[in-house]
Write a new protein. Structure first.
Length: 463
């Protein structure tokens, strides 16, 4: 009751009385002064502060007064709610403290989850829609970012990050960590319908699966399903993404058990970084797919040249450098496991010191019994000096000596002999060179060599 209402009440109940008694006007004046004082006291000395609690109103959260504290005098009533302009007794008029909210998920996780029952007799393949990006029509488009965690066990768990947009056509970027193949048929796929909208699905088989999905960002036009429910049959429309087809839809990167793939999956080319630092290896490229195809690193300057270096095919322990031949990759350099270098073209060298390795020389039956042979100590595979001496009973058409190279050759060398003594010159028409891939033989012709003299020859081998 307001102060004016109290004054009116006093006036109605105390009319003018008989003469000689206290005047009604005086009595009314005193009562009004008393009411004024009571009203003043009630409005100036209370000091009560509300005690609030959160109350649920459907999906709304509001504040309700449950007590008053730190006041004097009569305690105000409780039960009112905090409204836009003060307290109100109408629950629906109370202010919603929660504000705009996102997708309702599992408590504490923010994820939408789906777990298929093991061997439950359902369809062999199921598609669960996660979200729909609207068709690009004028200002109606959206982009979204998804996180998919697939697999119940840490050893087989795969995490896929997918970012996609649907403005002027579907575009995407994605990356994955975990196994480099789809987990027993589980994958993430996207289909565009005839109107241009794109639906993102999780694809499951009938076996036990654990799927966690999280839509982390979108512009507000994307429809995100609050639960993952399988559709009937297969998705309609055109497939525009499939995480299982990584050759068709290559990821930005892929990480699996220390193997790292860029724009592809690591089973095609594994890169180990700092795998064996204690042995001096800071990076290693390994082809685990097909050893018969070798392992090369390719350098490509668009429209200009392509060069490849590495291990050739055919399971050979060699190193090659391949060039570009307008559709083919001709081999220009090959280094064999014995250190031999083969060049397909000319070698231009400003300064060259020819070195080699010391071969071995053994006598043959053409020198007869007890021959004397020697190899100049500076002799190498490519050149040197041989001394032969027949001490009796020379044989015709027989091996006089065999020189075995320190490193074997892939093809027969070209060997020339130059006489380095008078007797060698006199016997030059009686000897000839027989070459093979691992050595060369000096043989006698139809007449045996002279006895008791030193036959000194220079040899030069082109390997």
């Amino acid at each position: 009751m307001t102060l004016a209402e109290q004054y009116a009440n006093i006036d109605r109940n105390f009319p003018d009385g008989p003469a000689g008694s206290i005047g009604s006007a005086q009595l009314r004046t005193q009562l009004k002064l008393m009411a004024q004082q009571l009203r003043q006291d009630a409005t100036t000395i209370t000091g009560w502060s509300p005690v609030l609690r959160f109350a649920q109103n459907g999906t709304r959260v509001v504040a309700q007064v449950v007590d008053w504290t730190n006041g004097q005098g009569a305690k105000p009533a409780t039960g009112a709610y905090l409204g836009q302009d003060g307290f109100t007794n109408d629950l629906n008029a109370a202010t919603d403290l929660r504000g705009p909210q996102g997708i309702q998920g599992l408590p504490g996780s923010g994820f939408l989850s789906y777990v298929s029952a093991p061997n439950d007799g359902g369809a062999a393949v199921r598609y669960l829609p996660v979200a729909i990006l609207p068709a690009s029509t004028g200002a109606s488009y959206d982009v979204a970012r998804f996180t998919f965690i697939i697999g119940a066990f840490a050893s087989t768990r795969q995490t896929i990050e997918l970012q996609c947009g649907n403005r002027d056509g579907f575009v995407y970027r994605w990356a994955s960590t975990g196994p480099d193949t789809a987990l027993e048929g589980t994958s993430v796929e996207a289909y565009r319908d005839g109107g241009g909208a794109v639906t993102v699905y999780v694809k499951l088989t009938n076996q036990f699966k654990t799927i966690l999905t999280h839509v982390t960002q979108h512009l507000g036009l994307t429809t995100v399903f609050s639960a993952l429910t399988p559709i009937a049959g297969s998705p309609a429309g055109t497939k525009v993404f499939d995480s299982a087809l990584h050759n068709t839809y290559p990821p930005m990167f892929f990480l699996d058990s220390g193997r790292f793939g860029i724009n592809g999956f690591p089973q095609e080319m594994a890169l180990d970084v700092a795998d064996r630092q204690n042995k001096g290896v800071v990076a290693e490229f390994r082809n685990n797919t097909n050893a018969g195809n070798g392992a090369r690193v390719r350098f490509h300057q668009g429209g200009v040249a392509i060069w490849r270096i590495g291990v050739p095919g055919g399971q050979r322990n060699e190193f090659v450098i391949d060039g570009w031949g307008g559709g083919s990759h001709p081999e220009h350099v090959r280094i064999s496991d014995n250190g031999q270098v083969n060049l397909a073209g000319r070698l231009a060298v400003r300064g060259l010191i020819a070195m080699g390795n010391t071969p071995t020389l053994t006598a043959g039956p053409g020198l007869g019994p007890g021959p004397t042979i020697s190899l100049w100590t500076e002799s190498k595979d490519t050149s040197g000096v041989i001394t032969l001496r027949c001490n009796g009973s020379p044989q015709a058409n027989a091996v006089l000596a065999t020189l075995t190279f320190a490193y074997s050759n892939e093809r027969a060398p070209v060997v020339t002999l130059t006489p380095a003594s008078p007797y060698a010159a006199a016997n030059l028409n009686r000897v000839w060179v027989e070459s093979s891939t691992v050595n060369f033989n000096i043989r006698s012709g139809i007449t045996g060599v002279d006895t008791g003299v030193d036959l000194v020859f220079h040899y030069h081998a082109t390997l």
